[in-house]
Design a binder for this molecule. Structure first.
Ligand SMILES: CN1c2c(nc(N)[nH]c2=O)NC[C@@H]1CNc1ccc(C(=O)N[C@@H](CCC(=O)N[C@@H](CCC(=O)N[C@@H](CCC(=O)O)C(=O)O)C(=O)O)C(=O)O)cc1
Ligand SMILES: N[C@@H](CCS)C(=O)O
Ligand SMILES: [Zn+2]
Length: 756
C-alpha cells in the first residue's frame, strides 16, 4: 500500500522557525534571512519523510504563522485596513497576525480562534463586502517548485474554500453564497497553475465537514465543489477531512468528482460504518487516517491491521495515512535523551509515526516479526496503580460537586469581605516572561545556579511586580507567575503521575509553542505547588493577591492523556489534587483564588449532540469539585481564553465560580450580547484589550470598551482586566497598557458617579 501524512510540524525540531520569526520581528534579521531558515526547515522535512520511506510527501504545509492566514492571503482576502498600511507583503502578513502600531498606522490583529478541538489557533478570515477574491499569491506554487527542484514530487496542500468560509467572519451585508463564484474561480486558478507546474495531485483540507451539517451547509459545499471539480485542469484532487467523521456529507462527498477522499478512522466514530454500510466508490482512492496525529503513544499494530483489513474490505484502493496533520505532535523522541527507555519504547512522535506508517505497510506485505515485536509492548501492564487515588475517585459523592452557600449569598459575603470599588481591576496572572526570567530558569535547569538563587530571583520579580501593581492602582493583585515555564507543564512537574520532555515542542499559535506533559500514571499531589509564591506576594501588600491555579480540565486537555483510563477519571484525579492545593492556599490566608480553565472548550465534541453526554457532564463537575469545599468568603475566579463561549454559556455559569474573565476584545465584544440575553450570573471580566498583540491600547480605546461593557452588563457584576496573561508580552508594552487600563477604569468610574 501507499503511505502518506496529511501534514508535518513546521516550527523546526528545536523551534528554529520560532526564533527566526521573533528575530525578524525585532529586525535582527532580514526577510531574506528568515526565508532561508524557512527553506532549510522545509527541505529537512521533505528529507525526513523521504528517508523514512513515505511514498507521498505533502508540500504547502509550511507556514510562517498560520495556514488559514496563508490561504486568505493567497486569495487576496486581506481586509482594507491592512492594505492601507502599505507595508511589504511579509509585513502586511504579520500585521494581520499580530496587529501593527508604527509609522504606517495603528491596526488590531485579526481575530484568533481555536483550531477545532486542538490547542492550535488560527487567524479568522474576514470576508468584507468589498473583498476582491482572486489568486494573487504564490506560496503554494513556490513551495511545490522548491520541493520539485530538490527532487521531491509533492502533493501541494491548501485549506479548502468551505472550511475557509465556515471558520471565517462576514463583516458586512454579504453572506457566504455571495463569495462562491469568486472563490471557485480563485481555487480553479490554483489548480490550473499547479497543473501547469507539473503537479499530479492537490490535497484540499475540509475539516469543517466533521461538524454537524445543515442542508444549507451541504448546499453551500456543493455550490463550491461542483464547479470546482469540473475544472481540475488534469489535477487529481484529494478532499481531506480530519478530527471526526463526515456522517452528514459522506454521500455527497462520494458522489462528487473527487479523485480521493481522506477520512479519519480514529476520532471519526462513524467513519468505518459509513464506508462499510454506504460503500466506497471503486474509482476513488481512500486515504485512511489510521495513525493517530494527536497522541504520542506507539500504535498497537494488531489493532491497526484489523482496522485496515476492514477498510480494505470496503474500499478497492487504500492509502495509509495519519488521522490529522502531525502538526499537533512533537518532532521526535530522538530529542529526549534524558527519558528512560522504559518510557520511550511506548512513545511515537511525528518522526516515529512515519516509521509506524511504513511498518504497517510492511506488515500488510507479510512482515510478521514487526507485528510480534510490537505486540510485546501491549501484553504487559505499563502503569502501577495508585490505589489511594483510584479509591478516592470511586467514592466521590454528589455533595462533593456542590459549593454551599448559594452564589447570591456568597456574593453578599464577599462584597463585605473585600469592599472593592465598582469595576475592580485585575490581571489574569502572568506578567512578562522576560529574557532574564527565562534565563534564570534555564541556568537553574542546567545546574548553573542553586535552587536558593533561582527562588531568590523569582522572589525579587514578585516583589517588583506587586510594587508595580500597587503603584498604578490595580485593585486585586497577582504574583506574576515568574516561577512557571507554562501554566500546565509547571503543574505537571509538581504532581505525581506525569512525565516530562526536554524538546517535545508543539506549536500553539504563530511563534508560541508548548511542551505538553505526558500523563503516565495515576495523578496525585504530594507537595504544595503554588503556596510559597502566593503567600510571599500576599505578605508584601494589604490588597488581595489572587492565588493562581490551572484547573483540572485544562491540565488534562493540554497534556497528552493516557489511553487506558477515561478522560473523566483522569480529570477527577487531577481535580482532587488541585482541590487540595485550593484548600492549602485558603488555609494560608489567600482569599481570592483563580482556577484557570482556559482549555475548557477544547475537548468539547465537535458535534453538538455529544456535548453533554460525552463531555460537559463530567468536565463542569470536575471544576466544581475543585472549589466545592471553600468558605463563602473565599472568592473563586476562573479564566478562559480564545474560545467561542456563546453556545455553552449555561454550562460555564454552572461552573459556579464567583468571577470569570475571558477573551472578548479580539472578537469585538460580541459575547456581551449573549451574557446579557442569558442573564449570566457569574461576575465577569470581559478582556478589555488583546494581549496577544504587541499593540499598546490607548486609554481612550479602553474607556470606549469599558463603556460598551457597562451598557450591557449590570455594573456590580463587572471586572476590568486584559483578556489573558501577559507572559508573552514585554514590559515595554505591558507597563503603558496596564497604566491605560487603570486610568480608563478610573475615568469611567468618575463618569458613572456623575451620572448617578
Ligand atoms: C494561554 N495559552 C496557553 C495554551 N496552552 C498552554 N499549554 N499554555 C498556555 O499558556 N494554549 C492557549 C493559550 C495560547 N497559547 C500559548 C502557548 C504558548 C505560550 C508561550 O509563551 N510559550 C513559550 C514557551 C513557554 C515555556 O515553556 N518556557 C520555558 C522555556 C523557555 C525557553 O525557550 N528557554 C530557552 C532558553 C532561554 C535562555 O537561555 O534565555 C530554551 O529552552 O532554548 C521556560 O520559561 O522555562 C514560547 O516561547 O513559545 C503562550 C501562549
Ligand atoms: N494565569 C494564566 C492564564 C493564561 S490562559 C496566565 O496569566 O498566563
Ligand atoms: Zn488565557
Amino acid at each position: 500500500m501507499t503511505t502518506t501524512v496529511i501534514g508535518y510540524p513546521r516550527i523546526g525540531s528545536h523551534r528554529e522557525l520560532k526564533f527566526a520569526v521573533q528575530k525578524y520581528f525585532k529586525q535582527a534579521i532580514s526577510a531574506d534571512e528568515l526565508a532561508q531558515t524557512a527553506s532549510q526547515l522545509r527541505h529537512e522535512n521533505w528529507q525526513t519523510l523521504s528517508d523514512a520511506g513515505i511514498d507521498q510527501i505533502p508540500s504547502g504545509d509550511f507556514s510562517y504563522y498560520d495556514l488559514t492566514l496563508d490561504t486568505a492571503t493567497l486569495l487576496n482576502i486581506v481586509p482594507a485596513r491592512y492594505k492601507a498600511l502599505h507595508l511589504a507583503p511579509l509585513d502586511e502578513y504579520f500585521a494581520q497576525a499580530r496587529g501593527y502600531q508604527g509609522e504606517h498606522g495603528d491596526v488590531k490583529a485579526l481575530s484568533m480562534k481555536k483550531w477545532f478541538n486542538t490547542n492550535y489557533h488560527y487567524l479568522v478570515t474576514e470576508f468584507d463586502d468589498d473583498a476582491d477574491i482572486k489568486l494573487v499569491g504564490t506560496k503554494i506554487f513556490d513551495e511545490y517548485q522548491e520541493a520539485r527542484d530538490a527532487g521531491y514530487q509533492t502533493r501541494p496542500t491548501i485549506i479548502g474554500p468551505y472550511t475557509l468560509i465556515k471558520n471565517g467572519r462576514f463583516t458586512g451585508h454579504k453572506t457566504a453564497s455571495d463569495f462562491v463564484p469568486a472563490l471557485v474561480a480563485a481555487y480553479e486558478a490554483v489548480f490550473a497553475q499547479l497543473a501547469k507546474q507539473g503537479a499530479d495531485w492537490i490535497q484540499i483540507d475540509e475539516p469543517a465537514l466533521v461538524k454537524d451539517q445543515t442542508a444549507a451547509d451541504l448546499a453551500l459545499f456543493s455550490s463550491l465543489y461542483k464547479p470546482l471539480l469540473a475544472a481540475k485542469h488534469g489535477l487529481k484532487v484529494l478532499g481531506q477531512t480530519y478530527f471526526g467523521d463526515v456522517r452528514d456529507s459522506y454521500d455527497l462527498l462520494t458522489s462528487l468528482d473527487f479523485d480521493a477522499l481522506g477520512l479519519d478512522f480514529l476520532e471519526g466514530a462513524e467513519t468505518l460504518p459509513l464506508v462499510q454500510d454506504h460503500g466506497f466508490p471503486a474509482d476513488k482512492i481512500l486515504y485512511a487516517g489510521v495513525i493517530n496525529g494527536k497522541n504520542i503513544w506507539k500504535a498497537h499494530y494488531q489493532d491497526k491491521i484489523d482496522l485496515l483489513n476492514q477498510i480494505k474490505g470496503a474500499a478497492a484502493q487504500v492509502v495509509i495515512s495519519t488521522s490529522c496533520s502531525l502538526l499537533h505532535v512533537p518532532y521526535t523522541i530522538e530529542n529526549e535523551p534524558q527519558l528512560d527507555d522504559k518510557y520511550k519504547r511506548y512513545l511515537a512522535f511525528a518522526k516515529e509515526k512515519l516509521t509506524e506508517l511504513v511498518e504497517l505497510d510492511r506488515i500488510e506485505a507479510g512482515d510478521t516479526a514487526l507485528l510480534e515485536q510490537n505486540e510485546q509492548l501491549f501484553t504487559q501492564p505499563r502503569y502501577v496503580e495508585n490505589e489511594t487515588i483510584t479509591k478516592q475517585v470511586a467514592s466521590l459523592k454528589e455533595a462533593d460537586f456542590h459549593r454551599e452557600p448559594s452564589f447570591e449569598e456568597r456574593a453578599r459575603v464577599q462584597k463585605a469581605e473585600f469592599n472593592l470599588p465598582k469595576l475592580p481591576t485585575t490581571t489574569i496572572g502572568s506578567f512578562p516572561q522576560t529574557k532574564e526570567v527565562k534565563r534564570n530558569r534555564a541556568k537553574f535547569k542546567k545546574g548553573e545556579i542553586t535552587k536558593e538563587a533561582y527562588d531568590q530571583f523569582n522572589r525579587d520579580q514578585i516583589k517588583a511586580c506587586v510594587e508595580f501593581q500597587e503603584e498604578i492602582g490595580v485593585d486585586v493583585l497577582v504574583h506574576g507567575e515568574f516561577e512557571r515555564n507554562d501554566m500546565v507543564e509547571y503543574f505537571g512537574e509538581k504532581l505525581d503521575g506525569f512525565l516530562f520532555t526536554s524538546n517535545a515542542w508543539v506549536q500553539s499559535y504563530g511563534t508560541r509553542c508548548v511542551k505538553p506533559p505526558i500523563i503516565w500514571g495515576d495523578v496525585s499531589r504530594n507537595q504544595p505547588i503554588t503556596v510559597a509564591e502566593s503567600v510571599y506576594a500576599q505578605s508584601l501588600t494589604d490588597k488581595p493577591v489572587k492565588g493562581m491555579l490551572t484547573g483540572p480540565v485544562t491540565i488534562l486537555n493540554w497534556s497528552f492523556p493516557r489511553e487506558d483510563l477515561s478522560l473523566k477519571e483522569s480529570t477527577y484525579q487531577i481535580a482532587l489534587a488541585i482541590q487540595a492545593e485550593v484548600l492549602d492556599l485558603e488555609h494560608n490566608g489567600i482569599k481570592i483564588i483563580q482556577i484557570d480553565e482556559a482549555a475548557l472548550r477544547e475537548n468539547l465534541p465537535l458535534r453538538q449532540s455529544d456535548w453533554y453526554s460525552k463531555y460537559l457532564d463530567w468536565a463542569i463537575p470536575a471544576f466544581r469539585l475543585v472549589h466545592s469545599k471553600v468558605a463563602a468568603s473565599t472568592q473563586i475566579h476562573t479564566h478562559m481564553c480564545y474560545s467561542e463561549f456563546d453556545d455553552i454559556i449555561d454550562a460555564i455559569d454552572d461552573m459556579d465560580a464567583d468571577v470569570i474573565s475571558f477573551e472578548a476584545s479580539r472578537a469585538d465584544l460580541t459575547l456581551l450580547d449573549t451574557l446579557q440575553k442569558d442573564h449570566f450570573k457569574t461576575h465577569v471580566g470581559p478582556g478589555v484589550y488583546d494581549i496577544h498583540s504587541p499593540r499598546v491600547p490607548s486609554q481612550d480605546e479602553i474607556e470606549g470598551t469599558i463603556r460598551k461593557i457597562v451598557a450591557k452588563i449590570p455594573l456590580d457584576n463587572i471586572w476590568i482586566n486584559p483578556d489573558c496573561g501577559l507572559k508573552t508580552r514585554g514590559n515595554k508594552e505591558t507597563t503603558p497598557s496596564l497604566i491605560h487600563l487603570v486610568a480608563a477604569t478610573k475615568k469611567v468610574r468618575q463618569e458613572l458617579a456623575y451620572e448617578n
